[in-house]
Design a protein around this ligand. Sequence first.
Ligand code: HEC
Ligand code: HEC
Length: 182
Amino acid sequence: MQRIILILSILLILCLGVGVAFSDHGDNGRKRHKERRGLGEYQVPAVNNPLYQEQCGACHMAYQPALLPAASWSKILANLPEHFGEQVDLSSQDRDALGGYMAANAAESCGCKISRKILKSLRGGVPLRISQTPYILHKHEDDDIPPGAFERKPVGSRGNCKACHPTAEQGQYDDDLVRIPR
Ligand code: HEC
Ligand code: HEC
């Protein structure tokens, strides 16, 4: 009798062990799958072009091309001598190189949720500002943003994404990671 109990116990322990091993495997499998997909739900690909990072990240964050349609980027590039009250100087060579990168990575060429939502909200419009697209405006009219938040000193404007989205440079805008400075 004791022997049978011992054998049954060993079998039970073996079963449990196998069960744990399998469920572990399942979790790892799911995690790996997520990592392969790479981007979070509210994430766009980070800037990976050194020239763009340097030239377009000098005065403000280098905005990810996936946040505006290609037509907006070419309008911005065509207007650099009068860029939001600043004069941005670029050689024509640099401008062509940047134009190629921005067009190839614009909202249309990203399957990402933010890009699709921005494009849809534009209904064909060609804005110069990400912060003035209907989708982005809508995302920031929530009760979660206290009145005057955009005018606070460390923020300054709606275009200063990384003041409130500390992970903005990685293209990550998930609201779980938002922190509005005081
Ligand atoms: C000399 C400084 C300077 C440089 C260099 C510069 N910008 Fe700007 N940019 C500005 C200023 C100032 C604003 C307006 C800031 C604001 O009101 O939030 C602005 C705003 C923008 C906006 C709108 C942000 C919003 O509100 O959604 C975009 C897009 C933009 N810049 C893209 C670019 C690109 C692309 C380049 C590179 C070709 C570039 N900028 C280089 C100064 C600069
Ligand atoms: C004053 C702080 C502030 C600034 C500046 C700001 N955001 Fe946000 N943003 C927030 C907050 C807070 C939320 C979450 C709102 C909510 O809870 O619905 C949010 C939400 C978002 C979302 C939706 C995320 C989600 O999980 O639903 C996107 C996308 C986004 N912001 C992009 C931007 C971009 C791009 C810029 C710059 C052009 C920007 N934000 C500037 C505070 C800010």
